[in-house]
Write a new protein. Structure first.
Length: 273
């Protein structure tokens, strides 16, 4: 006889089905966090544009903090520091940062059946790269003279730093773990230091990249906070249901076996059949 569905079955079906737009937008976190995140993102983005405009007004003369920091970097250059700096140069830009990291994280999120999180990630990566190129073309700042790596034109903002900050913010939001935020901050700071050490950017370029990455992460969160949180809650419910299923499943199997009549003929009624 059919086994009636249990609460765990209902939870699993609810977690597995796709969210409707109304359900996605109705999560309480959408109203609670969307507006503050949007305001913060706009302020940070305005700061990035303002910094770029200020540097453009100065022309070829970098601010004193840039000149002093670059002088310190050049004076204390050492082969020991070049190895990690070149490593960050490789993983933070080029084909690895443009294709491997974004597509790899996107694939993992889709495998984990988190399409809203995947959309948030994809939009953030695309917006970060697009804004960096827009500002590079808009302000056209010259790079430092003493560069140790091959670079393209346009010093402000630092694309490597923007990529690192975008990754740190988006993964910090999606994974919601303190250690992810801590590692993200360390990664961003290390990327900023490596870009100035290699002479690829002025310090203010890396600050601009940091602002772009943070702004993009916040803008994406402001737009998709409800769907992402609803999806996270659904996955947690599904995990809880699956954790409880083994015992419940065993009980349902035993009950079904006890109630199901045997179809095997007994030795005494072989002739009757």
């Amino acid at each position: 006889m059919p086994v009636p569905p249990t609460p765990a079955d209902d939870e699993r079906r609810s977690a597995d089905r796709s969210l409707t737009p109304r359900e996605a937008a109705a999560h309480p976190v959408a109203a609670a966090r969307r507006r503050p995140a949007l305001f913060a993102a706009l302020i940070v983005l305005a700061a990035a544009f303002g910094l770029g405009a200020l540097l453009a007004v100065r022309g070829s003369q970098p601010p004193g903090i840039d000149r002093e920091w670059m002088a310190e970097i050049i004076e204390h250059r050492n082969p020991i520091w070049e190895v990690p700096s070149l490593l960050f140069n490789a993983i933070g830009g080029g084909w690895f940062a443009v294709f491997v990291v974004p597509l790899g994280v996107l694939a993992v999120l889709l495998i984990l059946r988190r399409p809203w999180a995947a959309l948030y990630w994809a939009l953030a990566c695309g917006a970060s790269a697009g804004l960096v190129q827009l500002l590079k073309a808009l302000f056209g700042r010259a790079r430092p003279n003493d560069i140790l790596v091959a670079v393209d034109p346009g010093s402000f903002p630092s694309g490597h730093t923007a990529n690192a900050a975008t990754l740190a913010v988006v993964l910090g939001v999606l994974l919601a773990r303190r250690w992810v935020w801590v590692l993200g901050v360390i990664y961003v700071v290390a990327m900023m230091l490596s870009r100035t050490y290699l002479g690829a950017h002025w310090m203010t370029d890396t600050l601009g990249g940091l602002l772009i990455g943070v702004a993009v992460g916040l803008l994406g969160w402001a737009a998709l906070a409800g769907p992402v949180e609803r999806e996270r809650q659904r996955r947690r419910e599904l995990a809880s249901a699956r954790f409880a299923d083994p015992d419940r499943g065993a009980g349902r199997t035993a009950d079904a076996s006890a109630e199901r009549p045997s179809r095997d003929p007994s030795p005494g009624d072989g002739g009757a059949r």
